[in-house]
Design a binder for this molecule. Structure first.
Ligand code: NAP
Length: 276
């Protein structure tokens, strides 16, 4: 049986083992997926044990810290300078990044195109991936953070990677106007503070489409506001399930369809909605 795990700290009540066990059941591959909470400072010391696994996922705060401890990176991991999936290949540990697969599949499943004017809330890890994909698709990008100063380093590094890109900064509380697509890469609206939207409600209501990386709750305040005017919306649960599916594709060669992901998302929705 293949052995896999998720490393991070703190891991709390991660839903990843449930998602991976459903994916193993669908693919018919045999695998065990566990959680390994590694306290701060303990990553290097855990590598011998991790080398004994067939693969593992990486989450906060180790997505960058793991890089020097690996034997190589694929193009995606190098591009985002972040690793969320590691596979063992001929005794070597190779780092990949399947978060973008998850994000792009989630948009596609909801019929949302990555084009036009995009407002990105946040300048952290998931926001960096969404910003790079937005610019790779030729959109204009406004990066909105709690205070404008917070976005300066973030925008400078985007401009180094995409010198011709049209990128502006803005402060979340003072936003106005229409955007073709709003992407939320902040925890604003996450359980238990579920009545918060990262952008003023007038901006959310005018959005052409919304993707919210939050998956708890499934329908965030931002998504509810955008739906009032019939905007297309997509939630973080689909991204989470697709990135896990893409990790298993790397580990085992399995292939998953949108219908497979639909089934897992509805089970996970019931679980998440019932639990909180
Ligand atoms: P992160 O690296 O810590 O970045 C968080 C960003 O949000 C920072 O720019 C932070 O800005 C900002 N922020 C924090 N609290 C805020 C608030 N109340 N209002 C406005 N901005 C706020 O975190 P991350 O890993 O990118 O995760 C961000 C969100 O995405 C989380 O909800 C996480 O659960 C979700 N996520 C989902 C998936 C998925 O597969 N669906 C994957 C990864 C992450 P400051 O510097 O001002 O604090």
């Amino acid at each position: 049986m293949g052995k896999y795990c998720l490393i991070g700290h703190p891991l709390g009540h991660s839903v990843s083992p449930m998602i991976h066990s459903r994916l193993f059941a669908i693919s018919g591959k045999s695998g065990e997926y566990t959680l390994k909470d590694i306290p701060t400072g303990g990553l290097a010391g855990a590598m011998d044990e991790l080398r004994g696994l067939d693969g593992f996922n990486v989450t906060i705060p180790y997505k960058q810290d793991i890089i020097p401890l690996l034997d190589g990176l694929d193009d995606r991991a190098r591009f985002y300078h972040a690793v969320n999936t590691v596979r063992r290949c001929g005794g070597k540990l190779l780092g990949s990044n399947t978060d973008a697969d998850g994000f792009l599949h989630a948009l596609e499943d909801a019929g949302i195109e990555l084009k036009g004017s995009v407002l990105l809330c946040g300048a952290g890890g998931v926001a960096a991936m969404m910003a790079a994909e937005t610019l790779r698709h030729g959109c204009t990008l406004t990066v909105a953070t709690r205070t404008v100063g917070k976005a300066m380093n973030f925008i400078s590094s985007l401009k180094r990677a995409f010198p011709d890109a049209d990128v502006k900064s803005a402060a979340l509380p003072y936003l106005s106007g229409h955007y073709d697509l709003i992407l939320n890469g902040t925890p604003a609206g996450m359980y238990p503070d579920i009545n918060i939207s990262p952008v003023p409600s007038a901006v959310a209501r005018k959005a052409g489409a919304v993707f919210d990386a939050i998956y708890n709750p499934i329908e965030t305040e931002l998504i509810k506001l955008a739906k009032e005017n019939g905007a297309k919306t997509a939630c973080g649960l689909r991204m989470l399930v697709w990135q896990a599916a893409a990790a298993q594709e790397l580990w085992t060669g399995a292939h998953f369809t949108a219908e497979n992901i639909d089934g897992i998302c509805s089970e996970m929705e019931d679980f998440i909605t019932g639990r909180f």
